[in-house]
Design a binder for this molecule. Structure first.
Ligand code: SF4
Length: 389
């Protein structure tokens, strides 16, 4: 029983540095570190990579520099790490995707050209909103004009694949403002858009502001209107919604994210990074200084691991597969686990069919239009499934 995709793997590299902390962010990031810290951290990443015991078999299809703000690290350091990765005889996909997240407030045309030169071929820019008052309230370090400059510079620097991140459901955001954000983003002619509803995470400054009544989120009906409007507007503009929150022009689906949704293996380097390799999931120490010290001293940086049981893996494979618009391939599920998903998860599937939340399309099982609106409800059905296996 093998999955045809299992020969493909990815590498996630976490760069935790940020210039300032956005009010809604709960990622593993640090502010206030300088060039020397950055250099030490990059060295620590290289050491961690050297300690990966065997060169993974299969084809490396994606490297993703996420953060944090990877664009705070020098292009030569990004290039150096890529060289170290490729230098161990790793088999590279002909169309290897190398993505770097960037904050529009940190890049210039020259810097972007240097990242391109270093081997980055896909840029993911955190634009988030168009209106200055929203950007300021979120403590973003850039303006809308910076976003325009960043996209234009990226194109001039040779990036043929540019993605933008946008957020809706911001405190005090109106539908007209969301319209403007989408229209201005589309005018930049991106190849890919990630569109997220704002999540208020416990412990963030935003959560405190909301608790104290200093800010209020839009009412649920308005947020739902924003979601509907976004879907329609992006479809009109020729973007395919290939995953719940992700839209792309033809041929521009994110390879890296697809590795996650199809449960292909990925290694991960960096403070707090999570990896997954054939049923084992692990995570590194979160503290950046601790990570640097341990890695440079040749000590393990792993903080914990879990082994997924076969039923756990099946459930996860199923709900992750349903995130993609094309849905879950029944034949792939069978070739990986040796059972038919509809038979194994019979009661859940019957219930969701009756509620018209999932549908069959050839070999695929996918969320219906209605199911997409209540995707988390559908996923909970499998995450909490108590099938005896
Ligand atoms: S730039 Fe990104 S990673 Fe850094 S604080 Fe803001 S949202 Fe978080």
């Amino acid at each position: 029983m093998t999955d045809p995709n299992l020969g493909q793997w990815g590498l996630y590299v976490h760069i935790p540095f940020c210039q300032a902390r956005c009010t809604y962010c709960d990622f593993n990031t640090v502010t206030g570190m300088d060039d020397r810290d950055h250099a030490l951290y990059m060295k620590a990443l290289e050491r961690e990579w050297q300690r990966v015991s065997d060169t993974p078999a299969g084809e490396l299809v994606s490297v993703f520099f996420g953060g944090g703000t990877p664009s705070l690290v020098e292009p030569a350091q990004i290039g150096g790490l890529l060289e170290a990765v490729y230098g161990r005889g790793v088999r590279l996909a002909g169309d290897l995707e190398v993505t770097m997240e960037a904050n529009p407030g940190t890049v210039s045309m020259e810097r972007l050209a240097a990242y391109r030169q270093a081997g980055v071929n896909r840029l993911s820019l955190g634009v988030q909103a168009w209106q200055e008052h929203h950007l300021a309230r979120l403590n973003r370090i850039h303006t809308a004009e910076d976003a325009v400059d960043a996209v234009r510079s990226a194109r001039r620097a040779g990036f043929a694949n540019v993605s933008l991140d946008l957020i809706y459901g911001l405190p005090r955001q109106t539908l007209d403002e969301w319209r403007e954000t989408l229209d201005e983003a589309l005018a930049l002619e991106p190849d890919h858009l990630s569109v997220y509803q704002l999540q208020v995470e416990e412990g963030t400054p935003l959560a405190t502001q909301i608790k104290r009544g200093q800010l209020a989120l839009p009412v649920p009906d308005l947020t739902a209107d924003m979601a509907d409007f976004g879907q329609e507007r992006l479809a009109q503009a020729g973007f395919e919604r290939y995953e719940i929150s992700n839209y792309a022009r033809p041929g521009r689906w994110s390879r890296h994210n697809r590795l996650y949704w199809t449960m292909n293996p990925y290694l991960a380097l960096g403070a707090g990074a999570h990896g997954y390799w054939h049923s084992r999931r692990w995570w590194n120490v979160r503290g950046v200084r601790r990570y640097i010290e341990a890695s440079l001293a040749g000590e393990p940086v792993e903080a914990g691991e879990e082994r997924l049981t076969r039923p756990e893996e099946m459930r996860e494979y199923l709900w992750l597969g349903l995130r993609e618009r094309q849905g879950l391939s029944r034949s792939r599920f069978f070739s990986r686990f040796g059972v038919n998903p509809e038979g194994y998860f019979g009661p859940s599937f019957r219930k969701l069919h009756q509620q018209a939340l999932i549908e069959r399309a050839g070999d695929r099982i996918r969320l219906s239009a209605r199911g997409l609106d209540v995707a988390n409800y559908v996923f909970r059905e499998f995450v909490g499934d108590s099938t005896g296996a």
